[in-house]
Design a binder for this molecule. Structure first.
Ligand code: ATP
Ligand code: MG
Length: 310
């Protein structure tokens, strides 16, 4: 576990990401965190606040997807007493609550275009009015936004403002999906398991099964699977049979016996060798390294395929 942050950071990819997060935390730059659902965007946002100079000030978490459109403005910017029917006292908005701290705008891709304009103005540091207010409010909040959507694609489609995108995207942190950092799967599984069931362990086959699955719901899905398996485990060892059947039966695509074989093995090998040589401008030593074979083996194969004389 990382000091002060309840996160497992094992794979080189996540270690690099966390090191960058720690570095950018010390600046005031806006950070956009992207990644598939359940990949840990909120954990990274919290880590940035934790490592920042603002760590003793509030971290205000706003789920933009859960704010009804007619309330967005009053929730973000607050309102004065009597601003509208039902406003029987003054309310401070999320922006003001985050003064001197961090405002975490989660699911930013869900914001309506009308709200995007207002947000942009405030992010640029322009003082604003609370709804129904006469006095301007100035806020100093560090902005972290997160989304599992492809915001650049949203911008291209005209659904997300380009200027707001660039304002939020001063620093971009992308969390790779769990299936692209499989080294994290077992440390995460043990972390979730031992937090509640310190006496349980996984057998080797269960570990392999967990490592091979594609985890489209990422860390959240893994956590649910681990905790459900633990509940139903009759002994102290969780075996592959305690895992849901779709996970037991999952076969990575390259392992599928049904997958058609594109070409005979020697044709595929020859093709790979040629690609490696093209990629290294004919440098045999480098090509051999890419292919994971020795220079001598490469020479022998080149001769056997009549790609090299002698
Ligand atoms: N590296 C990690 N170490 C420990 N727990 C993690 C890690 N990454 C994610 N989790 C846990 O997995 C769950 C999902 O993570 P999180 O809420 O940060 O995902 P998210 O990317 O914000 O997902 P969504 O897009 O659905 O909001 C949480 O319970 C979180 O604590
Ligand atoms: Mg989230």
């Amino acid at each position: 576990m990382l000091q002060g942050v309840p996160a497992i950071v094992h794979s080189p990819a996540l270690q690099r990401l966390m090191a960058t997060a720690e570095r950018v935390a010390k600046t005031n730059a806006s950070v956009l965190i992207t990644g598939e659902t359940g990949s840990g965007k909120e954990i990274i946002a919290r880590a940035i606040h934790h490592f920042s100079l603002r760590c003793n000030k509030p971290l205000i978490d706003v789920n933009c997807g859960a704010l009804p459109e007619h309330l967005v403005e009053s929730e973000l910017f607050g309102y004065e007493k009597g601003a509208f029917s039902g406003a029987d006292s003054q309310k401070v908005g999320f922006f003001e609550l985050a003064h001197e701290g961090t405002l975490f705008l989660d699911e930013i891709g869900e914001l309506e275009p009308r709200t995007q304009v207002k947000l942009l103005r405030v992010l640029d540091g322009t003082p604003y009015y609370r709804v129904g207010g006469l006095k301007k409010v100035s806020v100093d909040a560090r902005i972290i936004a997160a989304t599992s959507r492809d915001l650049e694609d949203q911008v291209a489609k005209g659904a997300f403002r380009n200027d707001l995108f660039h304002r939020l995207n001063q620093i971009h942190l992308h969390i790779p999906p769990l299936r692209e950092r499989r080294e994290d799967i077992i440390p995460l599984s043990n972390f979730f398991l031992h937090a509640t069931y310190p006496h349980l362990t996984f057998c080797e086959e269960a570990k392999r099964t967990l490592e091979n699955y594609h985890w489209s719901g990422n860390v959240r899905e893994l956590r649910n699977v681990v905790l459900t398996a633990a509940v139903f485990c009759p002994s102290e060892t969780i075996t592959a049979h305690e895992l849901p059947s779709h996970i037991q039966e999952f076969r990575p695509r390259f392992d599928s016996s049904e997958a058609p074989i594109a070409a005979p093995l020697d044709t595929m090998e020859k093709d790979l060798i040629l690609r490696a040589l093209r990629g290294t401008a004919g440098h045999q030593q480098k090509a051999a390294r890419i292919l994971g074979i020795s220079r001598r083996t490469l020479s022998r194969k080149l001769r056997s395929y009549s790609l090299q004389k002698g």
